[in-house]
Design a protein around this ligand. Sequence first.
Ligand code: IPM
Ligand code: MN
Length: 371
Amino acid sequence: MNLKIAVLSGDGIGPEVILQAKKALYAIGVVFDHEFVFEDALIGAVAIEKTGNPLPEQTLNLCLNTDAILFGAVDDSKYDINSDSKLRPIQGLLKLRQALGLYANIRPIKPYNDLLDLSPLKRKIIEGVDFIIFREISGGSYFSEKKINKQGTLASDLCEYSEEEIIRISHLAFRTAQKRQKKVTLVDKASILETSRLWRKVVTEIGEGYPDVTLDFLFVDTAAMQIIINPKQFDVILTENLFGDILSDEASVITGSIGLLPSASLGNSNALFEPIHGSYPEAKRKNIANPIASILSAAMLLEHFGLQVESQRVYEAVHKAIELNVVTADLNPYSKFGTNEVGDFISNYILSKDDLYFKSDNVYIGQSTIV
Ligand code: IPM
Ligand code: MN
């Protein structure tokens, strides 16, 4: 398969973690005879600095004419939310989501057995957890009208949803549930919000077309609690933009590190893959950021194009790295390995499962033979 992939590394740790994802994809290309052509483009703070625009036209055009987008992170402490600047790096991502019509952000939550003790939650609560959050990302308070009065003393963010916006992501969520444990949980605040009542009505109607899938409802406050006390009850969580943003960061705690979680953002004709962690500017160029979330985002990219065996190979390599403790300091504070070494290990394992490129004995004592 030939794929053209736009690479938007962005700010902070974005470039260094995305480099590891590219290495993994390159290795997959070699092993399975695919051609992945990468093209870099600017976004976020680096784009503001070089072009005055967080989403330069050239970047948008590239993204509109590519098969997939590999995205790192945007934001820089220079542009804190109180600054007067009208330009903010995160607008690059929000505008991109909007311009590409990306509406479903998919975030799988599944802890690794070897890492269960890293989570602050008890092992018996998180062992066996496996759910996916379907977060709507094209509407709601992120994109509806925003106002502030002249004095700067009164502000509002409208939260708007159309039936159409709810329908398209709901079908995706139900179809995914059909292939899993056949359960969709709609998270809302239907006791208070008109938009939530519309979500309930529309999702209930759509659910009737999927009689094999059970649909239940949770208010967002209860859902926030249930994710901590009984996360095993969930299969597919379907929710609106802001609730999904908050709940997915909360759910990442189950896996022990936000540095492990990938995501896919899908539209009708575009797809973007990104780690859910942010730009983490304090770690920039220190070779300490966990590249696994980015590498797994690349695995989701492969899966999106039907390359199941290939994506399995990436998952397997990531499992191996975790099993052999070839991980960054967020997973093992005594680790000798950094972003690059973890990325090398994973791409080498993809290339040669039979230890041709490294000897795990050497890896244990920090003398990897990786070149
Ligand atoms: C995320 C991020 C973004 C969001 C920001 C960077 C705009 O937090 O992808 O979860 O809120 O959607
Ligand atoms: Mn977020």
